[in-house]
Write a protein that binds this ligand. Sequence first.
Ligand SMILES: [Zn+2]
Length: 453
Amino acid sequence: MVEANRTVMIPLRIPEGSTADFHQTILPYAYCQQETVDHCWPDNPTQPADLQPSKQDAEEALYDRLRADTNEQLHSNLVQKAVTDATAAISSYKSSWENGDRISKPDFHDRERDGYTMTYDKRAATYDRYEATVSTVNGTVTCRYELPAEVEGTPYGEYILDRRWSFSTSKLIFDGERFWLHAVMHRQFGDDPVYAPQTDDSTSDTHEDTHRVLGVDLNVDGATAVSSTGQFYGNADALNSYRSEQEQLRGELQQPGTRSAHLRFQQRRGTEWRYYDQYAHHVANSIKQEVLRVRATHVAFENLTRIRKRISNLPTFQQWLFKNVRKYTEYKLERYGVTVDTTNPDYTSQACSRTDCDCVDEDNRDGKQFACLECGYTIQSDYNAAKNVGFRYLNTELSSPAGHTCSSGQATSQLALMSGTLSPTGDCAEHDWVSTDKPYPQQASDSSSARAQ
Ligand SMILES: [Zn+2]
């Protein structure tokens, strides 16, 4: 028996006036998360072992009190999920610490302003093919899915409407602007696959230990940043023509050499740099939104010294811009516990990003068009590179012992892609990746490791 999980991100249509029901539900939910953190995280811990992320211990110690503290308004199952979320978070902080990273105590309290996540299993929610009914502190709310105009070939058509896949524990996300259901679809593949049997939901807290990487490719033309989810941010061409206009203007202002001209020149220069700085913030902000939308845990950029090698004569200005986009992204994501890192981008623009193809050839790329000479895969070339940056990071930075564990399969690593995610197979082979929509051996799936607990 093999099985697979697939996460489908569905925008939700919240009924008129019900937004507040969710904003009110996150308050006791975050309270339970934070109480759990306080329970598992002693004052001034001095070593990773001081952190006690046992879900069972925390639940035994806290459950009755949390139910009482929240006046039993929060669904009992949401109390349990809040505890699970918090212990999972501490568990990942603990491994980061063991890995030598600096960490600080997670704070779930002020999440409602910028966004939040609540975990719903099938005791606190009913998942249907067109809508979900979820528990809030003010009773249940039914939300229709925003459906694509054409369902064929979309994750919605492929997984939600296909009855061989069934819903398991999923997440409700508010990203600061809108609500999403990150539906975890589960399927078992038997000899005669008909319908996936309903599984006991307490076992399917999938993706709790998941590293999910968003790869980002930076460019001097076209879009400034392109993500592995196929999003394009910033307009480098417009920025470049603004720069040349400014250069020309500066030249003219410099000519007369008078004091007032010099002042105007300085003012111009100030305005110009504020413009670039805002541009960098804008791009970083878009990346941040995408990271929250796909629940990425890591953002991988190309290493700047390597970009300089890739793009010869990379102007100082572009170096400044790339550095700041990365810096601002890091800054904006710090409070979400998202790691922003860099990886070696060698060949990321020449290599085919299809996981079953290892063709690397400079002729694969023709400007913004990538067409693999070996397998024929055709894709926008920066998007191809962004996927490779993400893969490279998964393979080199996250496949260390602190990354996905081969033996237990407890922590998994994924690359965030347009219609979902790709996961590595259980055998840790460097280039051996499968899409989670394909069956993979049971010992490698994270739901089976949850079952073994
Ligand atoms: Zn190929």
